[in-house]
Ligand binder design. Structure first.
Ligand SMILES: Cc1cc2nc3c(=O)[nH]c(=O)nc-3n(C[C@H](O)[C@H](O)[C@H](O)COP(=O)(O)OP(=O)(O)OC[C@H]3O[C@@H](n4cnc5c(N)ncnc54)[C@H](O)[C@@H]3O)c2cc1C
Ligand code: SF4
Length: 517
């Protein structure tokens, strides 16, 4: 066993939740140890990763490790397909932001109060106002490009960078919006629209899952910043396997094992569990702690995509940049939300007739003809919809499969309810009306309940220990030194990308620990 060491704070997981907290604590002089299950991917390797995993389409992403990342999925009966967990998370230094989409949003004020405003979901024990200043700080740390759209919630500081211009062909959506009396605004991005924080502006290479120049933010940036303070230590390739407690309930250490099989034990004054929704719940369950309410692992949430598209007369010249630039929140909130969840719309234009033709069995001139007729003439609208908290949507421990260390792998089951189905149906109706107004022909829906890769819930926040796992400060109920960072603490999912909110909560948690010390 590597020698036991004591730190001020132990952070489990080096994704954006763990990295931001670790950086803020280390910058304030606290000794911090970060335990990270995955390895580091240097920016110099990005071109190789691109060629191997985007062009050659090798089956495993470079950060997947079969023995470590096993899971059992049981979502088929609810959402219609098996949830491929390892496509929706990254275990590496920097975590899932190594391949995220980089769209970034604040939740709306109503997202924190859906139970009292609309009669479903659950109110958060904190409000938008409680974290508004942390939203500003998170935007500055990450480097967010965007603009305050008229319907956006109030902000006390401007965004660090201006928005990306609308893509070619998207101007027509502004005309549609004017005719329908709705607002379309610009999306916000965790990618630089101008040089920022020593990183270049986006060069629009259109390969965003792995940005080759670092224009899109990845949390490895804040891991490095934490290490540069000299107060942080990183154990990579090191899997936390048990959180050790004393009879008082106080956490006394974390037992981890390296991918080479060597045991590591660290102890600290305080512990931050930042392993993302599935693994944070799993580690609490493996450690048999924090679950007197039977809430650990429950209310696992996603954002679901649905949508439709059709053909327009002239080309919209797709594939020029790798991300969407506009969004519509007209149907996000309001009285209709009593019957269904929030709906955020975005506008898409990517559709490859060659791939579709091949799937249809076309070859040769038939395939070429399809490509000539269809390429660039397809436009679509995608809806990102709120997923209601649901106790049966959950992470448990597998009773049949173990990982390379002999620990039960997570058993994942995403489940949806009637409100989710209504949200999906409402979104499709709205999209149909937009596409018709745009003059699209041959409108076809794309599949329902497509995952957005946004995991939330499993350790939800509640002032009532019987209803949640952590309190409003993200401290585990019944513990005085164990905290959870990340979207696992979200009581509800909203309908907007989650990462800015979890980043704001991480900075707030770090400040809480600094003030308490
Ligand atoms: C393809 C894709 C696209 C996305 N697009 C967007 C988007 O556009 N906008 C948005 O807001 N969000 C997006 N997301 C979601 C976003 O990436 C996550 O919300 C965010 O990165 C979660 O951060 P985290 O730090 O909580 O978790 P993670 O980034 O997943 O980090 C958790 C870390 O903990 C480590 N870990 C796990 N278990 C252990 C253990 N036992 N011991 C030690 N370490 C452990 C993991 O290896 C990992 O590095 C996307 C995600 C994916 C996969
Ligand atoms: S378009 Fe290119 S440069 Fe811009 S963020 Fe995406 S991958 Fe990076």
């Amino acid at each position: 066993m590597l020698g036991a060491r004591h730190f001020d704070v132990c952070v489990i997981g080096s994704g954006i939740a763990g990295a931001l907290a670790a950086y803020r604590l280390a910058a304030a002089g606290r000794s911090v140890v970060i335990l990270e299950a995955g390895k580091r991917f240097n920016s110099g390797e990005r071109l190789t990763q691109l060629s191997q995993h985007q062009i050659l389409r090798t089956p495993l992403w470079p950060w997947e490790a079969d023995g470590r990342d096993g899971f059992v999925d049981d979502s088929q009966s609810a959402i219609g397909y098996s949830y491929r967990l390892n496509r929706s998370r990254v275990k590496a230094v920097g975590g899932s932001t190594l391949r995220w989409g980089g769209l970034i949003n604040r939740y709306w004020e109503s997202d924190f109060r859906t139970a009292s405003m609309y009669g479903h979901g659950m109110d958060w024990p904190i409000s938008y106002a409680d974290i508004e200043s942390y939203y500003c700080e998170a935007e500055a740390e990450i480097g967010v490009a965007g603009i305050q759209n008229p319907s956006d919630p109030p902000r006390s500081r401007p965004l660090p960078m201006g928005p990306f211009p609308a893509k070619f062909g998207e101007d027509e959506w502004f005309s549609v919006a004017e005719r329908m009396g709705i607002e379309i605004g610009y999306s916000s991005h965790a990618r630089n629209s101008a040089p920022y924080d020593g990183r270049p502006a986006c060069a629009a290479f259109s390969v965003c899952p792995i940005c080759p120049i670092g224009a899109r933010y990845g949390a490895d940036i804040h891991v490095d910043k934490a290490l540069e303070t000299g107060s942080a230590t990183l154990f990579e390739n090191t899997v936390a396997r048990r959180i050790l407690t004393q009879t008082s309930g106080e956490v006394s250490g974390v037992l981890a094992t390296t991918m080479d099989g060597e045991d590591v034990e660290v102890s600290a004054d305080n512990y931050i569990l930042a392993a993302h929704s599935v693994e944070s719940a799993r580690l609490l369950l493996l450690s048999e702690i924090a679950n007197s309410s039977d809430q650990v692992g429950r209310n696992l949430m996603e954002h679901w995509y649905t949508g439709a598209g059709g053909f327009v007369e002239s080309s919209v010249y797709p594939y020029r940049i790798g991300f969407e630039t506009l969004e519509c929140n007209h149907w996000y909130d309001g009285p209709a939300r009593r019957d269904r969840g929030a709906i955020k719309l975005s506008f898409i234009d990517r559709r490859d007739p060659i791939q579709i033709g091949l799937r249809e069995g076309l070859l040769g001139t038939d395939l070429a003809q399809k490509d000539c007729e269809e390429f660039g003439r397809w436009v679509g609208v995608a809806a990102e919809i709120e997923h209601q908290p649901n106790p049966d949507s959950r992470v448990t421990l597998s009773e049949s499969e173990v990982d390379q260390f002999g620990d039960p792998v997570p058993h994942v089951r995403f489940a949806i309810n009637d409100v989710d189905r209504k949200t999906n149906a409402a979104a499709l109706d709205i999209i149909q009306s937009l596409l018709e107004e745009r003059g699209c022909r041959d409108i076809e829906a794309i599949p329902e309940f497509v995952r957005a890769h946004h995991h939330m819930g499993t350790c939800r926040m509640s002032n009532d220990p019987t209803q949640g796992v952590v309190d409003a400060d993200c401290k585990v109920h019944g513990s005085n030194n164990l905290f959870v960072a990340g979207s696992s603490v979200f009581p509800t999912s909203g309908g907007r990308q989650p990462t800015l909110t979890l980043a704001a909560l991480s900075l707030r948690l770090a400040d809480h620990l600094l003030k308490a010390a």
